[in-house]
Design a protein around this ligand. Structure first.
Ligand SMILES: [Zn+2]
Length: 183
């Protein structure tokens, strides 16, 4: 079922989400809905707070472009994006590595808003899956960026927080318009 995406400045986007303590049928159904909602909105990631549910669950799929990363290791073994996406994870713990790198990002909770966001270029993510497994994913490129972006959502952090002061100033009017429309 496609869920309604909540837009900035909905307060749920600012609330640190609760860790998932048990994989119930409800959590599985939620994950399925999130994948469907992400594809429908043509996004590469979606976090549960973005559909109004304050739980540490997120989905990512960047498999449309195998070239968007230079490496991917899952539990120490080389893997392809095709094998791992759509990735559903909860209670993530991230270790950032690599140089900081800027790239354009968008966010489904900010329609029409894009910005250059500087983030560490590589990540080592320890993620829990619905099968009760712990996955350690090491990667770079768009996959590392998407995992960081979605994990930010789970802790109430938004990509606008990571924009440069100049960019923040430039989007001030757009944010005000969003506050008027969705606030
Ligand atoms: Zn987002």
């Amino acid at each position: 079922m496609i869920r309604k995406i909540v837009f900035y400045p909905d307060p749920v986007l600012r609330k640190p989400a609760a860790p998932i303590t048990e994989v119930t049928d409800e959590v599985r159904a939620l994950a399925e809905d999130m994948i469907e909602t992400m594809y429908d909105a043509q996004g590469v990631g979606l976090a549960a707070p973005q559909i109004g549910i304050s739980q540490q669950l997120a989905v990512v799929d960047v498999s449309h472009d195998e070239e968007c990363i230079t490496y991917l290791r899952v539990n120490g073994e080389e893997a392809t994006l095709d094998e791992i996406c759509p990735l559903v994870f909860f209670n993530p713990e991230l270790e950032m590595c690599g140089d900081k790198e800027g790239d354009t990002e968008g966010c489904l909770s900010f329609p029409d808003l894009r910005g250059d966001i500087i983030r560490p270029s590589e990540v080592k993510a320890t993620l829990q899956t619905l099968d009760g497994e712990t996955l350690v994913i090491e990667t770079d490129g768009l996959f590392a960026r998407a995992i960081q972006h979605e994990t930010d959502h789970l802790f109430g952090k938004l990509f606008i927080d990571r924009m440069s002061s100049a960019r923040k100033l430039a989007i001030k009017r757009q944010l005000k318009e969003m506050q008027a429309e969705y606030g």
